[in-house]
Ligand binder design. Sequence first.
Ligand code: IMP
Ligand code: MG
Length: 177
Amino acid sequence: MAFYENDVEVFIDSAQLQARVRELGAAITRDYQGKPLTLLGILKGSVMFMTDLARAIDLPVELQFLGVSSYQGGTETTGEVRITSDVTRPLHGQHVLVVEDIIDTGLTMKFLLENLEARHPQSVRVCSLLEKPARARTKVDIHYKGFVIEDRFVVGYGLDYAEKYRNLPFVGVMKGK
Ligand code: IMP
Ligand code: MG
């Protein structure tokens, strides 16, 4: 019996994730030919997606990470975003692709995009594995999108519930939520 089986059921399985990541990687490879591309992963939720996506891109990319905290540990957003760990190299002149696990209310990404603008990159686009449009509170343009999902709380493949389940190799839903 696997540790999660009482609490989580599979929603998007590993094969579906990998197939979609390969498609996104191919699209990004086509779009960024000859351009200095930085993948900016938002910690911690994007880590699994980021490492798979980076390997699906056939270009010399830079990897950077930005730590943000927008949740207090439950399932509700507070609307308040804090940068807890910054990039280690300047984004000036780079084509920045922000890699995120999920756009829910969109408030985190709105804050991030405003913050990134001030660093004068050549361009900024958003790549999100998941989007939950039912809960959107602000419009965010997601250029590369993995899956649009209904309003369910999801875990796994980087996403957590109170820091748990990030290591599941699939995206699951909490049973009874
Ligand atoms: P937003 O600011 O409401 O768009 O929320 C963005 C962040 O909330 C995401 O980067 C996730 O870390 C977290 N989040 C939103 N929905 C979920 C979910 O269904 N499962 C796990 N984390 C979530
Ligand atoms: Mg996140």
